[in-house]
Design a protein around this ligand. Structure first.
Ligand code: NAP
Length: 468
């Protein structure tokens, strides 16, 4: 079944009246916050005279809001309600289950639309580059996050929580999320949307001692103070920080004076120093000045070898030649996300972004590629909070409309192309069936507002694209 045809009248252009000029047709690739904020900016900035198709490889919209924001961060997750209103705008259409590069190509989209905005985010993990990284038990935080968020690609991930001690490498907000989810009990997570098999596994977790490891000092940590504070508020976990780790060199001390973010973090951690251990069920050690040099083990992770570090005169992290080994049975590598190249679209392999100027995709000669734009993490790298993508997408859309405003062309229809390829797009109404099933599942299990369906089959079944 081909997706429903959007007509200018259905676009709601100028309050439902057919516009004088034909609407621009724009394809947005990726239905995460960056893509949907781009659709919203298009509707607003083009005064409604635009038809937008938001494509996603998944049958579900909202990208990282659904599959990246931690399940217990319900207020951030509620951004989905805002994004939902954009998808429900009559000029915007969701086409899920359509994979860029496989079901549709760059050339297809450039033929069928006036412009394409790439907004596929940063989907894979950055590598540590140390021996033992690929041992069973060494897990990328991106995979672990996908798993507990119920991403269908991660439903089969072999998560072994039988180790008593685990290490989380990195001191960014993802590391904080991962450590917090590991520290929480199943009861604390029951009201969240984690799939049932995930809740069962977390409930049976043997993890008691979590080491979170920064390769630089507390003043250089990337996590934000609000997120850090949550760790100290966990009822069944005690947080431990060593006084020597919090000693600040003069440059870091100056930073802790001048930078609100650093001051906030250091103040929270100072409060944790010397707290007596009370023997709570779980313990979180926040460590600094340690860089991983090897993940130890033969058949699976048996330890983590770390080198003590310091900052040199240029402020760069260097090893001191002093080592220590942690007897951990699992290592979660939370050292940042990375974008992946899209077939046929320029990509900077060093910065892991699509080269661009204010969102205009740049070709090899540095000149803008007509009709191609980029937004979100694929444009600027994996930084900032979800809201950062709003201004970022608005900038891209300003560039697009400055280039194309009022110059819509005749196009072959995307519906015809998908039909010819036998690609059945998941519509917004199909997604609403998944949505309803997840809400019903939560009701049946007496768990919170929603419980995610686990795995591809369940999603396909719920939205009616399942072929038995
Ligand atoms: P991030 O903030 O860039 O943190 C990455 C961490 O990994 C840093 O501590 C970094 O240390 C460390 N690291 C990188 N390479 C390393 C290596 N080779 N060895 C050891 N450590 C290494 O990335 P993230 O935590 O993945 O977060 C991505 C973005 O999402 C951020 O903007 C974050 O704020 C956002 N986010 C927000 C929330 C929230 O608002 N609640 C939740 C999750 C994520 P260096 O600084 O030394 O490089």
């Amino acid at each position: 079944m081909a997706p429903p045809v959007l007509t200018p009248a259905a676009s709601g252009a100028h309050n439902g009246e057919v516009a004088d000029t034909p609407p621009l047709r724009v394809a947005v690739i990726g239905s995460g916050p960056a893509g949907i904020y781009a659709a919203e900016a298009l509707v607003k900035q083009a005064d409604g005279n635009v038809l937008i198709d938001v494509f996603d490889r998944l049958p579900t919209p909202y990208g990282l809001v659904r599959y990246g924001v931690a399940p217990d961060h319900t207020s951030i997750k509620s951004i989905a309600r805002y994004l939902q209103r954009v998808l429900e705008h009559p000029g915007v259409r969701f086409l899920g289950g359509v994979e860029f590069g496989a079901d549709v190509t760059r050339d297809d989209l450039l033929a069928c639309y006036d412009a394409v905005i790439y907004a596929t985010g940063a989907m894979v993990d950055r590598h540590l580059g140390v021996p033992g990284e690929d041992l069973p038990g060494s897990v990328a935080a991106t995979d672990f996050v996908n798993w507990y968020c119920g991403h269908p690609d991660a439903a089969g991930l072999d998560v072994d929580l039988s180790a008593d001690e685990v290490a989380v490498i990195g001191v960014g907000n993802v590391a904080v999320d991962v450590a917090r989810i590991l520290a929480k009990t199943a009861d604390e997570l029951r009201a969240t949307d984690v799939p049932e098999p995930v809740l069962d596994l977390l409930g049976g977790s043997a993890v008691r001692h979590i080491h979170m490891i920064g390769r630089r000092g507390p003043a250089q940590a990337k996590f934000t103070t609000k997120e850090l504070r949550e760790l100290g508020a966990l009822p069944y976990t005690e947080v431990h920080v060593r006084p020597e780790d919090l000693e600040l060199d003069p440059a870091s001390a100056a930073l802790a004076e001048s930078d609100r973010h650093v001051r906030g973090n250091v103040t929270v951690m100072r409060d944790w120093v010397g707290r007596p251990l009370e023997g709570r069920a779980r313990r979180l050690d926040l460590r600094f000045w340690l860089r991983p040099v090897e993940i130890l083990g033969t058949d699976r992770v048996e330890g983590l070898r770390l080198e003590r570090t310091t900052l040199n005169a240029e402020g760069r992290v260097v090893g001191t030649g002093a080592y220590e080994t942690l007897p951990v049975g699992m290592v979660l590598r939370s050292v940042g996300y990375q974008s992946v190249p899209l077939t046929g679209v320029p990509f900077d392999p060093r910065a892991y972004v699509v080269p661009n100027e204010s969102g205009r995709v740049l070709g090899e000669d540095g000149a803008p590629m007509p009709g191609e734009y980029v937004a979100g993490w694929l444009k600027r790298g994996p930084t900032g909070v979800i809201g950062t993508n709003k201004a970022d997408a608005a900038e891209t859309v300003r560039a697009l409309l400055a280039d194309l405003g009022g110059r819509a062309r005749e196009h072959p229809s995307i519906e015809g192309l998908l039909e010819a390829r036998n690609v059945r797009a998941v519509t917004y109404d199909d997604w609403l069936r998944i949505d309803a099933e997840e809400i019903e599942l939560a009701r049946t299990l007496a768990r919170g507002e929603r419980v995610k369906l686990a795995g591809w089959d369940a999603l396909r079944h719920a939205c009616g694209t399942h072929t038995p």
